[in-house]
Design a protein around this ligand. Structure first.
Ligand SMILES: [Zn+2]
Length: 193
């Protein structure tokens, strides 16, 4: 199986609390990342400003995620681009340390405790040797900040039901020019002091 483009090797980071390294990564993705209507397309680059720090429990990753998603406006179906600029922080635990902690807690042998531990461990991210998998954190940073119903603009008028095309494409001579009589009184209103 090909190695995931999101896996990052931290071997340059000494495993000593307080050590820190910074990287700029360009991750070219081969599968779309996003939701049905909006996604970063295959071949696009996700830019990651990554900072990794050694902490007692493992490696703390702090990152800025910059990319461009594309999709369609849910109202008028016009193609849209969606700039992404998000941050995440994720702690990747050393596996050995968690195993030890679990063994200690497990020795209480109370069922409720064990259930609690299982839940906690499921939510944690672990290092695999020196490697950390950034994919879940990047995925969350991108998807959780996406609009479920993206629009080309806040006031997108939607599709003209009769003509089946976007309102903004209606030729000027068909558009109603508004010369609203309610405003005409204002034309003569002295705006200057
Ligand atoms: Zn629209």
């Amino acid at each position: 199986m090909a190695r995931s483009v999101f896996v990052f090797n931290t071997h340059d980071l000494p495993h000593r609390a307080g050590e820190m390294r910074e990287y700029e990564l360009d991750i070219e993705i081969s599968d779309p990342l996003g939701i049905d209507l909006l996604s970063v397309k295959p071949g696009e680059i996700i830019e990651i400003d990554l900072r990794i720090q050694s902490v007692e429990e493992g490696v703390l990753a702090t990152a800025r995620v910059v990319a461009t998603a594309s999709g369609e406006c849910t109202r008028c179906l016009k193609p849209i681009t969606w700039p992404i600029d998000e941050n995440f922080t994720e702690l990747y635990y050393y596996q050995s340390r968690v195993a030890k902690t679990n063994a200690k807690k497990g020795s209480k042998s109370k069922l409720t405790d064990e259930e609690d531990i299982d839940l906690e461990v499921d939510d944690l991210s672990f290092m695999i040797g020196d490697e950390i998998d950034l994919e879940p954190a990047i995925r969350d940073a991108i998807i959780l900040n996406m609009e479920v119903n993206p629009l080309c603009s806040e006031d997108c008028p939607g599709i003209d039901a009769k003509q089946g095309e976007n309102w903004s494409y209606v030729p000027a001579d068909q558009a109603q020019v508004s010369d609203d009589p309610r405003w005409s009184a204002l034309k003569n209103f002295p705006l200057k002091n």
